[in-house]
Every structure is written in C-alpha cells, then in structure tokens.
Ligand binder design. Structure first.
Ligand SMILES: NC(=O)c1ccc[n+]([C@@H]2O[C@H](COP(=O)([O-])OP(=O)(O)OC[C@H]3O[C@@H](n4cnc5c(N)ncnc54)[C@H](OP(=O)(O)O)[C@@H]3O)[C@@H](O)[C@H]2O)c1
Length: 231
C-alpha cells in the first residue's frame, strides 16, 4: 500500500485530494492548522478505518513545520503534495499594495513549501514513488501573464516555481521528481463562484497527471489536464 502526504486539507482542493486518495486505497497523512474547523476532514477520518491520519501544521510557524518529521517518525512518504496556499487581499491594484500582506503570502506559498521539504527530506527520499508535487498556479507563469496586477499571489507562485526547479536539480541524485501543477480555475473559497471547474474534476485530473509522472518530467510545470505550462 502506498501513502500520500497532503497539506491544507480542511477545505477546497486539499479536502478533495484526501477524499479521492482514500477512495484509491491510499493511506493519507493530511495536515491542517485548526482541527476545530475541519469537520469534513474529521468525518472522513472516522470513516477511514485508520487510513487517514491528521497532522497539525501552521505554515506561519517554523516550530510547527519542524515538528512534522517528529510526528511522522521514520514513516516513508511515497507521494508528497504541497497543496496549502493563500491568495492574500484581493483586488489590490498598483498603488494599494501592502508589504505586510505580501510577505504573508510569500511565507505560505513559497517559503513554507521548501521548509517542509527540508524537514521531511529523509521521509520523502525513503518513499516508494519519490514524487514531490507542488500545487502552483498558471498565474505564476511569467510568459502567460497578460492580465497584470495580483502582485503578491502571482509573484509567490512564480517564486514557488523557481523553488521547484531548484529542487528538481538538487534532489536529482536522490531519485526525487519535483513538479509544479496547476489545478485549473476551481470552485473553492480561493477560486470563487465564477471558476470554471469543480473540485472533483480538478482533483481527478491532477491525480491522473501525478500517476503518469516519471523521472523525465522532473522540473516541469503541468496543467491538471496533462498539458504543459510555459514558465
Ligand atoms: N482554486 C483555484 O482556482 C486555484 C487556482 C490555481 C491554484 N490554486 C492553488 O491550489 C491550492 C489549493 O487552493 P484552494 O482553492 O483549495 O484554496 P482554499 O480553498 O482557500 O484552501 C486553502 C488551504 O490552504 C490552507 N492554508 C492557508 N494558509 C495556511 C497556513 N498558514 N497554514 C496552514 N494551512 C494554510 C487553508 O487552511 P485554513 O482553512 O486553515 O486557512 C486551506 O486548507 C493553493 O495552493 C492555491 O494557490 C487554486
């Protein structure tokens, strides 16, 4: 049996990733920062027959991130999915950008994923699949930026992509494959009511892409439908 480690699982895409991976027969390590607001996740755990383990993780806290490997002990992680992310204040146009909120978005979307990988490197290296998936966003693509604005969120995902690229080089000799993955524009709290696809469609697509990823995909940026996205 293979397992999967997923961050940000109390709602949105993370919760659906947990649901679908449990259905697929995986053991799931699911992180969330406040179990009191994770009723759907807790229900899944009750029905999971021990297949779902919930781990406390607040991405703003180095201490919280550094406790992960302790919580997992020597358990290998077969598949690593960094899903948690934040948008920050919406509709901030040039002239109204705020440094403090930008730093928070960077902390969650860019810095925390690397700190988590550092902390869990031995667990991920000893896993069966050796795949690291980072949920990024198409709006982080510099080549595809035709809309402007969204300074904090865009730049945080562009920088995350650069982190993924460096990991794909640094961890090649451990046999690890690092990939950035865009989930589509999805109906979640973040995606909003005008989004184009539901969480079931996005996650089914992403899981199919993840299943097909091989060593030669290391350092690439995929859409949930399997097509490639320009950096
Ligand atoms: N939805 C879209 O259209 C879309 C498009 C492109 C990319 N994405 C990316 O897909 C991923 C999931 O997005 P989503 O739409 O599911 O978003 P969402 O519904 O807003 O969920 C975000 C998740 O991240 C967690 N999170 C945020 N800040 C955290 C922190 N400091 N510590 C721990 N957990 C934290 C949230 O937990 P709390 O409930 O505790 O805040 C929540 O579980 C994100 O990386 C996002 O950037 C989404």
């Amino acid at each position: 049996m293979k397992n999967v480690f997923i961050t940000g699982t109390n709602r949105g895409l993370g919760l659906e990733l947990v649901r679908q991976y449990l259905k697929n027969g995986r053991k799931v390590f699911a992180t969330c920062r406040d179990i009191r607001v994770a009723s759907e996740l807790v229900s899944l755990q009750k029905e999971s027959d021990g297949m779902l383990e919930i781990l406390d993780l607040n991405l703003f806290s180095d201490d919280s991130i550094n406790k992960l490997s302790e919580m997992l002990s020597d358990s290998p992680i077969d598949l690593f999915v960094n899903n948690a992310g934040m948008m920050g204040p919406r509709n901030l146009q040039l002239g109204g950008v705020n440094g403090g909120s930008w730093a928070e978005v960077f902390r969650v979307n860019t810095i925390a994923p690397l700190l988590i990988v550092q902390n869990l490197l031995e667990n991920i290296s000893s896993g069966k699949e050796k795949k690291m998936i980072f949920i990024s966003s198409r709006v982080g693509s510099i080549e595809e930026n035709s809309g402007g604005a969204m300074y904090a969120y865009r730049s945080s995902k562009t920088a995350l992509n650069q982190v993924v690229k460096s990991l794909s080089i640094d961890l090649l000799d451990r046999g690890l494959t690092s990939v950035a993955l865009h989930p589509g524009w999805v109906l979640t709290d973040m995606g909003g009511p005008n989004a184009l696809i539901d969480v079931e469609t996005s996650v089914a697509g992403m899981i199919s892409v993840i299943n097909g990823i091989c060593n030669s995909d290391n350092g690439k940026f995929f859409n949930y439908d399997g097509s490639m996205i320009r950096w």
